[in-house]
Design a protein around this ligand. Structure first.
Ligand code: ATP
Ligand code: LTN
Length: 328
């Protein structure tokens, strides 16, 4: 059976972009592979987080994993910082990497843009991510397209170390990237991706938003002055993004949606989208509210940590032996 690993940062509540772009795939994979789904809180502190909020978000993300359908009896759900081996392996990988390759990471370049000096954690972020993946001998890593470069670096490191010691220290993982159409854009600025840490709450629809907030965000969403429901990413990114969201929740194609709203303005389309989105999100929110308060969540995280730790400790031992760290 193949092994799958992926992670989400507890930097805020998950939005429909995370859901359509990542979590839906996580759920699908659990029937064909052994899956590890991690809440990567050590990645979250690459930028300052409020300590109380961070701990709440750790539990929120784990509960959301379960609310969207990740079943803890099939998949392991756990919190990164509770398994010490992640940070430990990340150091070994740091010592096998080059500043040149880290400087080429576009995510780092974006986040450090215009600054004379940037947080070191942002720079070494991909090494912790590589450690997450390599610790579990993961074969498949489902992530968004924006993570392609990080997966490539993980593969380079695995191959480099295997070659150096002339043995299979690590499994070389493969990324499984989402289709282009599943990239959900910000509602207020549809040329940027929807993000959980963006300042404007109406730029996103969170999976925990109340119905009234969903309605408000959609009604406020940026469109264009043409008032024709037509799919055209280049010239009409706002309405195209809303059509993608409509399609993802309803199963309808762009053509079907165009036909349905032929001769109608954006008002009618948006009103229906509100309903479609609310119907898709409400059951997730209700399930979340149940799980978040339950003992079931804590038991799932304990069990996930135990399973993760057993595998991670074994890999770390193998790596330490290979590099000559510690003693027999
Ligand atoms: P942040 O705002 O903290 O950067 P984020 O919303 O971009 O967070 P991540 O935790 O970085 O979310 O990503 C979790 C998963 O969701 C990743 O696999 C990522 O590629 C995917 N993802 C994030 N944003 C979107 C989006 N707008 N559309 C589709 N997939 C997305
Ligand atoms: N960088 C990832 C989150 C992440 C991750 C991982 C994803 C951290 N470690 C390991 C897959 C595998 C992101 O999506 N922002």
């Amino acid at each position: 059976m193949k092994r799958v690993f992926s992670g989400v940062q507890p930097t805020g509540n998950l939005h429909i972009g995370n859901y359509l772009g990542a979590l839906k795939q996580f759920v699908e994979l659990q029937d064909e592979a052994e899956c590890f789904y991690c809440v990567v809180d050590q990645h979250a502190i690459t930028l300052p987080q409020d300590p109380k909020e961070l701990r709440e978000h750790n539990l929120d993300i784990a509960a959301l994993y379960m609310a969207v359908g990740i079943d803890p009896s099939k998949s392991s759900i756990f919190i990164q910082s509770e398994v010490q081996a992640h940070a430990a392996l990340s150091w070994v990988l740091t010592c096998s990497s080059y500043t040149g390759e880290l400087s080429r990471m576009t995510q780092f370049k974006d986040k450090a843009k215009g600054k004379e000096s940037a947080p070191t954690g942002l720079f070494t972020y991909p090494l912790l991510m590589a450690a997450d993946i390599l610790l579990y001998d993961a074969d498949i890593v489902p992530v968004g397209n924006d993570q392609k470069q990080h997966i490539e670096l993980t593969r380079d490191l695995a191959i480099r170390i295997n070659n150096r010691f002339d043995k299979k220290v690590f499994v070389v993982p493969e990324g499984r990237f989402m289709r282009e159409g599943t990239r959900v854009m910000a509602l207020d600025e549809p040329t940027k991706k929807m993000s959980k840490s963006a300042e404007n709450p109406h730029s996103r629809i969170s999976l925990l938003d109340e119905d009234s907030k969903i309605k408000k965000s959609i009604m406020k969403a940026t469109t264009d002055s043409e008032a024709i429901v037509r799919y055209d990413i280049e010239n009409k990114p706002g309405i195209s993004n809303l059509m993608d969201i409509y399609g993802a929740f309803s199963g309808k194609t762009h053509e079907e949606i165009e036909k349905m709203y032929d001769g109608h303005g954006y008002g009618d389309f948006k009103k229906d989208l509100v309903e479609v989105a609310i119907d898709g999100i409400r059951p997730i929110r209700e399930k979340f509210n149940e799980i978040r308060k339950s003992q079931e969540l804590l038991s799932a995280l304990d069990q996930g940590r135990e399973r993760a730790q057993t595998i991670a400790d074994k890999t770390l031992k193998r790596v330490y032996e290979t590099f000559g760290l510690g003693r027999k």
